[in-house]
Design a binder for this molecule. Sequence first.
Ligand code: PEP
Length: 251
Amino acid sequence: MARKSFIAGNWKMHKTIAESKALAQAIKEAQNKNNADIMVAPVFTSLNAVAEVLKGSNVIVSAQDCFYEEKGAFTSQIAPNQVKDAGATCVILGHSERRSLFGDTNEILNKKVKAVLAQGLRVVYCVGETLQERESEKTISVIQQQIEGGLKGFTTQDLKDLVIAYEPVWAIGTGKTATPEQAQEVHKAIRNILEQKFDKDFAQQVRILYGGSVKTDNVDAIMAKEDVDGVLVGGQSLVAEQFIRIINYNK
Ligand code: PEP
């Protein structure tokens, strides 16, 4: 099944508003030879400015996280409707840094997915195993739990715009990339999990991104794999020239 490719940049805790706008502008003006969906996820303080720069373009603006409550006494938190108000149309949920540093469990993520979908926003849901889990051959069972837990209680209609990002924790920001074969193996397993939990059509339609030290010199080989529909890029999404090369991966 032909799935449109999806190239996403997670800017993490980098860039001022001015720097974010400049990077967004460069991406807006860049070539997109594969006609990929492109997404950028700036920090909350730059979200509205980036959304303004990208207005009228096809580049999707995403938050890197949000809270599940609508409003109230939750100091420092941002609600999905506030993300939407800032001009974003997407939220990344379950990034491994959120899971490991800020206590986002599959149960909490399930509430976040629900709250984000209720606002009509798209979700990029991240899954992935630690090195210890991989070495003890728990990769697939960990990912199964992350999918079962985080996506519990939704129909395929609720999740029609869902994007999943497979990010092995040992490959994020470490310079160690999963081989294209390792990525393909897990992406295929994710499709099997989705087929069991939902149905075959859904499993074939969901786009699955690979993330973890994606670079200009490995993107082509990763994107060549059948079940890899795109990439979620951290470090190399911060430099326009590099991210634009990744957007324009060679088939
Ligand atoms: C990420 O932030 O999701 C990521 C994969 O980072 P990096 O590309 O730097 O490994």
